[in-house]
Design a binder for this molecule. Structure first.
Ligand SMILES: Cc1cc2nc3c(=O)[nH]c(=O)nc-3n(C[C@H](O)[C@H](O)[C@H](O)COP(=O)(O)O)c2cc1C
Length: 367
C-alpha cells in the first residue's frame, strides 16, 4: 500500500503504546517480519522543542528502524509546526498527530481526543504542519469523544482536505476508554468519509483472523496492531502470510521464542545500558513467559536480573527446570502446553483482571 510518497511492503502497522513501543521493541518486531511502518510513543511537541532528554529518548531510532513516524501531541499550532520541521530535519519518515489519547494530562491541554471536539481548529493546526514539511503527516483518532459525538468521519474528511496522508482510527470513543467492543461499523464510516487517502483500522486485533475480519468488514486499507504485538510478536509475519495465502503459519517453537527473547534482551541493553536495560526487561520477559508453558521458575529468576550474566543464568536454570515437563524429544507434554492465543487475552471487559499491558480503568473522568 502507499502512504504519502512511501510504497510499503506491508499494510500492517505497529500502534503506539506509550512506555512499550520503544526502539528495542520495534527492532525486535521488524526482524520477525511482516511489519514495515512503525510509530513512536506519543511525544509532547513542546518537550521536543525544549530538547527535553526524555522526549529525545522517545524519538531515538537507528537505520534498521525504518520507516519510522514520530507521534506528536500538543495543541499549540506554532509548536506542532516547529516540532514537525525539526523531525523532518532529523530524517524521520513521517509525523503522526495524536487525536485519540483519552488521558487527562493530554486532553486538558487540548491535545489527544480533545482535538476531536474542535474540527475546524484541529484541521487548521494540521494544515499548518502539512504546509511546513514535505514528509507525510497522518492523524490517529478514535471514533469521537463519546457515543453522542461521533466526529471521526467529519474530522477525517476535514483532515484529508487539510492534506494528511492517512488516518489511523481506533474503533472506540474516548468515553469507552479500552472497554467494550471495537466498532467495525464506526471504522467503516471513516473509510467511507474520505475520498482517496488510506484509512488504517485499529483495536483488539490479536490474531490473523481478526485482522482479516477488520479489513473485510470495514474496507480499511491496513490494520494497526498494538497490544496484540506484545502478546505475540510474530503477529505481523503470521498475519501477512495469512492475508496472502489463507494459511496459518505454525506457531514458533520454544527455542525460537527463547531466541527472540534473547535478541530483545540484547537490544534493550544496547539501547538503555546494562543496568536500566535489565530492570526494564524484567517486565518484558514476563510477556514471553506467558507462552513458554510452565514458567514459574523463570519468572522467579528473571525478576532479579541485574546483568547479562544474571540473564544467562536465569535462562540456563529455567531450561534445566523445564525439562521435567518435556518428553524425550524435548517437547512439552500435552497437558503442560500453554493456552492458545485468543482475543480475550486483552480482557477488555472491565470486570475481568487486567491483561499484561495495563490499561486505565475506572471512571474516565479520573484518568
Ligand atoms: C498502555 C497503552 C499506551 C498507549 N499509548 C498510546 C500512544 O502513545 N499513542 C496513541 O496514539 N495510542 C496509544 N495507545 C492506544 C493504542 O495505540 C491503540 O489504539 C489501542 O491500544 C487499541 O489497539 P490494540 O487493541 O491493538 O492495542 C495506548 C494504549 C495502551 C494500552
Amino acid at each position: 500500500m502507499r502512504l504519502g510518497q512511501y510504497e510499503l511492503s506491508s499494510n500492517l502497522f505497529l500502534s503506539p503504546l506509550a512506555g512499550y513501543t520503544n526502539l528495542p521493541m520495534r527492532l525486535t518486531l521488524r526482524e520477525l517480519g511482516g511489519l514495515d511502518w512503525a510509530t513512536t510513543d506519543l511525544v509532547n511537541a513542546r518537550s521536543l522543542l525544549e530538547e527535553n532528554p526524555r522526549a529525545l529518548q522517545l524519538i531515538q531510532t537507528s537505520p534498521a528502524d525504518r520507516p519510522l513516524a514520530v507521534q506528536l501531541f500538543g495543541s499549540v499550532p506554532a509548536e506542532m509546526r516547529a516540532a514537525a520541521i525539526q523531525l523532518e530535519a532529523r530524517g524521520l519518515a513521517s509525523i503522526d498527530v495524536n487525536m485519540g489519547c483519552p488521558v487527562r494530562k493530554v486532553t486538558k491541554i487540548g491535545g489527544g481526543s480533545a482535538m476531536m471536539t474542535e474540527l475546524i481548529k484541529t484541521a487548521d493546526l494540521v494544515r499548518g504542519m502539512v504546509e511546513a514539511v514535505k514528509i507525510p503527516v497522518t492523524a490517529k483518532m478514535r471514533l469521537g469523544w463519546d457515543s453522542e459525538n461521533i466526529t471521526a468521519p467529519d474530522l477525517a474528511r476535514a483532515l484529508e482536505d487539510a492534506g494528511v496522508a492517512a488516518i489511523f482510527v481506533h474503533g472506540r470513543t474516548r468515553a469507552q476508554g479500552f472497554a467494550g467492543p471495537v466498532s467495525l461499523a464506526g471504522i467503516r464510516a471513516v473509510v467511507e468519509a474520505v475520498r482517496h487517502i488510506p484509512v488504517i483500522g485499529n483495536g483488539d486485533v490479536t490474531t490473523p483472523d481478526a485482522a482479516k475480519k477488520m479489513l473485510d468488514e470495514t474496507g480499511c486499507a491496513g490494520v494497526s496492531i498494538g497490544r496484540g504485538a506484545f502478546y505475540n510478536p510474530w503477529i505481523f509475519r503470521q498475519t501477512q502470510h495469512y492475508l496472502r495465502t489463507g494459511e496459518l503459519l505454525l506457531e514458533p517453537t520454544f527455542d525460537e521464542r527463547m531466541g527472540v527473547m534473547g535478541r530483545h534482551f540484547d537490544l534493550m541493553i544496547e539501547v538503555f545500558g546494562e543496568e536500566l536495560g535489565c530492570r526494564m526487561f524484567r517486565k518484558i520477559a514476563a510477556w514471553y513467559a506467558r507462552r513458554f508453558g510452565p514458567a514459574v521458575d523463570f519468572r522467579r529468576r528473571v525478576v532479579a536480573i541485574r546483568s547479562r550474566a544474571d540473564f544467562s543464568m536465569a535462562v540456563a536454570g529455567y531450561r534445566a527446570w523445564r525439562a521435567q515437563f518435556c518428553d524425550e524429544q524435548g517437547e512439552l507434554r500435552p497437558k503442560f502446553q500453554p493456552p492458545k492465543l485468543v482475543a480475550s487475552f486483552l480482557r477488555t471487559d472491565p470486570n475481568q483482571p487486567a491483561g499484561i499491558i495495563p490499561v486505565p480503568r475506572g471512571p474516565i473522568e479520573r484518568w
